[in-house]
Design a protein around this ligand. Structure first.
Ligand code: SF4
Ligand code: SF4
Length: 112
């Protein structure tokens, strides 16, 4: 099992999650973060830290698409271990439906 970053992270990217991960397994894209499923130790401490409630255990049904996105992009995006400022407009995107279709980007972020 692993924890997975899901749709509501897109364009919110608050990054509270990276500060608490004991194994530094978050990776940064342009618009969102992902968790490397082979590095995550399933401790669960990041889940309640996410203001956007975007982190879920992969035992929840219906997360297959997100598990694949996390696994694929964690291989090419840079590692991130320190919180940066969230995008200035993050709040206006929190909870918006259909963010994947409108805003998903496979481009990497900057990392640490
Ligand atoms: S805290 Fe949540 S919204 Fe912020 S980067 Fe982490 S997963 Fe994304
Ligand atoms: S569950 Fe634990 S190990 Fe996995 S990403 Fe969250 S904080 Fe890191």
């Amino acid at each position: 099992m692993t924890y997975v970053v899901t749709e509501n992270c897109i364009k919110c990217k608050y990054m509270d999650c990276v500060e608490v991960c004991p194994v530094d397994c978050f990776y940064e894209g342009e618009n969102m973060l992902v968790i490397h499923p082979d590095e995550c130790i399933d401790c669960g401490v990041c889940e309640p830290e996410c203001p956007a409630e975007a982190i879920k255990p992969d035992t929840e049904p219906g997360l297959e698409q997100w598990l694949k996105i996390n696994a694929d992009l964690a291989k090419s995006w840079p590692n991130i271990t320190q919180k940066k400022d969230a995008p200035a407009d993050a709040k206006s995107f929190d909870g918006q439906p259909g963010k994947y279709d409108k805003y998903f980007s496979a481009n990497p972020g900057e990392g640490d």
